[in-house]
Design a protein around this ligand. Structure first.
Ligand code: CP3
Length: 340
């Protein structure tokens, strides 16, 4: 039984005593307590692959920031690795794939991943659930197939992801073959997370906004839809960064919550997306401001979203150099200003 189920009640559209709040990328990145655990290890991957430590850093923000949910510490890139494409996390630079996907032969070497292939995250979820002991819900997550595809083709971060976008034109058939394999892997993985105890799941389409609307519909939305249709055990949140053009289509996706980035107008979005909960959407840079300016920004966000069907969050992951005290203040402001 969950002692704090504010998020789940908000997702169901119920009237609650206040707006729930958590932050994308709250586990890791900003807390000195995370750095301490992380610095004692060989690197990021060792932390992801050690369930007891992954559970520890998952729970840190619940204790320290007093957020209304935990998100399991892992990465979206565990899926390419489980399919056969290894990634490295290069200190201060981000992910790097020594091999990338260039041809049909490369795709044919991959397999559809099963949840057991990501056993360390599944075990981390089981441990976290036990240690949380119902304090707050635990969020499971995966990357959207298009975003995962983009990293597998590109081999790492990129301003344009031009290799990945080019593949959609040069070999649409191969693109669909790979996207389908990622989708099937993601369904297996999310079902494993849910069986292990995840109370809700979020799909991160971080690179949604670099596709044209027509291509987004064919190469991303189609696969997100498959994932949402395959999962009915827990509520689902879809966060498609910069995809303002896709909001109307999310009405027809079998998910309960849609995440907004800070460039999406709240009132306009409420008109476009009916009968769903919205999550977001403060500019992460607002947390570099003074406490006074944070309070004004939170008040404006709370007023625009209104008292129901809103999960307060940032419009993207919290930036690594954000002062944890400002994050705490953000959480306090949401709690105080939204109380009915
Ligand atoms: O929310 C949480 O904090 C849970 C853990 C989590 C991580 N990555 C841990 C991580 C989550 C939900 C992610 C998702 C993720 N990973 C996304 C989608 C969300 C988004 O921000 O758009 C993407 C695109 C990735 C891929 C990725 N992982 C990149 C580009 C990087 C390098 C830049 C950075 O620091 O985020 C990572 C590394 C990573 N993933 C770190 C953490 C805590 C930092 C590495 C470290 O601690 O050494």
């Amino acid at each position: 039984m969950l002692k704090n189920d504010l998020i789940l009640r908000t997702i169901r559209g119920e009237k609650t005593e206040r707006t729930p709040v958590w932050l994308m990328r709250q586990a890791g990145r900003i807390l000195p307590e995370y750095r301490a655990v992380r610095n004692a290890l060989s690197g990021f991957k060792e932390l992801v692959e050690t369930p007891a430590l992954a559970a520890e850093v998952t729970i840190q923000p619940v204790d320290i920031l007093q957020v209304d949910a935990a998100i399991i510490f892992s990465d979206i890139l565990v899926i390419p690795e489980a399919m056969g494409l290894k990634y490295e996390m290069v200190e201060k630079r981000g992910p790097h794939f020594p091999e990338t996907i260039k041809s049909k032969a490369d795709v044919n070497k991959l397999k559809v991943a099963m949840a057991e292939d990501v056993h360390y995250t599944i075990d981390a979820i089981k441990l976290t659930k036990k240690e949380l002991n119902g304090r707050v819900p635990l969020i499971g997550f995966a990357g959207a197939p298009w975003t995962i595809f983009a990293y597998m083709i590109e081999g790492g971060g990129s301003k344009t992801f031009s290799k990945a976008r080019a593949m959609l034109y040069t070999d649409p058939e191969l693109s669909h073959q790979l996207l389908q394999m990622i989708t099937d892997s993601t369904i297996n993985y999310l079902k494993g997370q849910i069986a292990a105890g995840a109370d809700l799941v979020q799909i991160f389409d971080s690179w949604a906004g670099i596709l044209s609307p027509a291509q987004y519909e064919i190469f991303s939305l189609k696969y997100i839809k498959q994932i949402c249709d395959a999962i009915d055990e827990v509520p689902k949140t879809v966060f498609a960064k910069d995809a303002y053009f896709a909001r109307k289509w999310f009405n027809d996706i079998n998910c309960q919550t849609v995440g907004l980035d800070w460039c999406m107008d709240i009132g306009e979005t409420r008109k476009i997306i009916k009968d769903k909960t919205l999550q977001g959407n403060l500019d992460p840079c607002a947390l570099y401001g003074s406490n006074e300016s944070i309070k004004i920004a939170v008040k404006s966000m709370i007023d625009q979203f209104g008292p129901t069907r809103h999960i307060a969050n940032l419009g993207h992951g919290v930036y690594p150099d954000t002062d944890p005290e400002k994050v705490k203040y953000f959480v306090e402001c949401v709690k105080e200003l939204s109380r009915c």
